[in-house]
Write a protein that binds this ligand. Structure first.
Ligand SMILES: Cc1cc2nc3c(=O)[nH]c(=O)nc-3n(C[C@H](O)[C@H](O)[C@H](O)COP(=O)(O)OP(=O)(O)OC[C@H]3O[C@@H](n4cnc5c(N)ncnc54)[C@H](O)[C@@H]3O)c2cc1C
Length: 473
């Protein structure tokens, strides 16, 4: 019987998992459809200019995850203070929004926003699970209309009223409105205006780009004997008695004892004959732009909410680390969202004239002549789309997939999870524990000897506890 653990997807989750499992002596193969590992945490290089996929930084509230990141990056990491902004009503504001920003709006607008903040609970309907209802209840109609609605609809391409509140709970709140802002009462609002600015949040960043993390992990895995097959995709998963026994790929097939799927869950459903879950992902087109001059913005990234600006975010690689851009030059990663196969995806060049004009309009560049080159990259499956029914659809698919006892779902696309890299690492640790028994303590202690693991697996036999670890959806 083969004891091979087959991991589909060589992103942060797949690589972290392979690292934990391989340390225990089990044979591991990673199948990755791209030519490089890293997934959404990979990078691009054009001469001396390095780019990530939008803004990418390492942060976790969990000390064990931060230790793991530092362990992988070694000396290669810098601690950077976060600086981000948002552009709306023709002006730049600090992001996360602070109360100060509300008072920088035109007086009638800020007055309306303040009255809303006091009356906001009147707008909230507890039985409505939408993004719109959630934001109305939390920040009021003025801020919702001014920023949240436009940005979300432009970004996701679906109405805010048809978007699930979890998009706000996970996405907006993770990194947006100042955590110290409590708008529950007028007393709190006045207090907030008087309290000093909180300390900047910091994050870790590897000089040269975020992809260094996955590259270093890949090098370690290869030393440990993990087989990493790039440009390879599974074409069939053959099962008997409720277990997947063979993974057929675009380049031959391999026997498997355990299969971990970190690629899009709808592709898995198709391969194993589970009905299409009707879950969809948003893709990105990146316009990695090289300037002849230094950039004007001194933030790491900026959001653009208004729908008369074509892009939704710009990030500035040299603000993450000076190694990303040569001296006296500038670079910008400009993000436009789309669906795979739509007009923007198939013909991204069409947007270039509008992007160039809008860059001048928002003052990101002084004139179009500052642009030296634009490199277009398409990023598939960048975000899960949280429509109103996504949780039930995912739960139904997951229940069907759990009928395969040796199959785990993991990572961002596997779990249809709007997450960050640290969550994917944590998820990989959880899955390793499930595979190896409770032997991988926070993913940092050595795993058990191969024989012990294999014996445990033999004992588990057909009733192995192979439900996926992951978020409660
Ligand atoms: C624009 C943007 C900015 C972000 N910023 C941050 C940030 O600042 N900090 C942070 O922590 N996180 C950030 N994230 C999130 C972070 O990138 C992800 O959480 C993390 O990289 C997910 O890793 P993963 O391994 O779970 O998934 P993925 O990276 O999606 O990995 C899945 C892998 O499976 C491969 N694959 C897909 N289909 C197949 C197939 N059929 N066969 C074989 N392989 C397949 C893919 O190529 C990919 O390598 C950001 C994400 C985006 C899109």
């Amino acid at each position: 019987m083969s004891h091979r653990v087959v991991i589909v997807g060589g992103g942060v989750c797949g690589l972290t998992l392979a690292y934990n499992v391989a340390r225990s002596g089990l044979p591991v193969t990673i199948l990755e459809k791209e030519g490089v590992v890293g997934g959404l945490a990979r990078g691009f290089q054009y001469g001396d200019f390095s780019f990530d996929i939008g803004p990418h930084r390492f942060y976790s509230p969990k000390a064990s995850i931060m230790r793991f990141i530092s362990e992988v990056l070694g000396e290669e990491s810098a601690e950077i203070s976060r600086a981000s902004s948002v552009h709306f009503l023709g002006k730049y504001h600090q992001w996360p929004l602070r109360m100060k920003s509300v008072f920088q709006l035109p007086p009638t607008v800020s007055l309306r926003a303040l009255i809303d903040l006091i009356n906001k609970s009147r707008e909230y309907d507890p039985s409505n699970p939408s993004f719109e209802n959630y934001i109305l209840g939390k920040y009021g109609r003025t801020l919702y209309t001014l920023f949240f609605k436009g940005y979300t609809e432009k970004f996701l391409g679906i109405p805010a009223s048809g978007t699930h509140a979890n998009w706000a709970k996970i996405g907006v709140e993770r990194a947006t409105i100042d955590e110290k802002v409590n708008t529950a009462s007028i007393g709190h609002i006045v207090k907030m205006m008087l309290i000093p600015r909180p300390r900047e949040m910091t994050f870790l960043y590897p000089p040269g780009g975020v992809h260094k993390f996955c590259e270093r992990l890949r090098a370690r895995l290869q030393e440990m004997g993990v087989e990493i097959r790039t440009n390879v995709m599974p074409t069939a998963l053959l099962s008997t008695d409720g277990e997947i026994k063979k993974v057929v790929t675009t380049e031959g097939s391999l026997d498997a004892r355990i299969v971990v799927w970190t690629a899009p869950v709808n592709e898995l459903c198709q391969l194993v004959g589970v009905p299409d879950p009707d879950l969809h992902y948003l893709s990105l087109v990146l316009y990695n732009t090289i300037l002849k001059v230094p950039t004007r913005q001194k933030v790491q990234w900026c959001y653009y909410g208004s729908d008369d600006i074509v892009f939704s975010r710009i990030s500035y690689p040299e603000q993450f680390h000076h190694s990303m851009t040569p001296r006296y030059r500038g670079s910008m990663c400009i993000e436009l969202t789309c669906r795979r196969g739509d007009e923007r995806w198939t013909d991204p060049e069409r947007e270039i004239p509008r992007i160039r004009r809008d860059l001048v309009k928002v003052g990101a560049i002084g004139s179009e002549s500052e642009i030296d080159a634009m490199h277009i990259e398409r990023i598939d499956n960048a975000y899960p789309i949280y429509d109103l029914g996504y949780r039930d659809k995912f739960k139904t698919a997951r229940r069907r997939l759990e009928e395969f006892r040796n199959l785990h779902l993991g990572g961002r696309t596997g779990l249809f999870w709007y997450n960050n890299m640290d969550h994917s690492m944590n998820n990989a640790f959880q899955i390793s524990k499930k595979i190896l028994g409770n032997t991988v303590e926070e993913g940092l202690k050595e795993g058990p000897a191969a024989r012990r693991v294999l014996e445990e697996m033999e004992r588990e036999g057909a009733s192995g506890p192979l439900a996926a670890g992951g978020p409660q959806v």
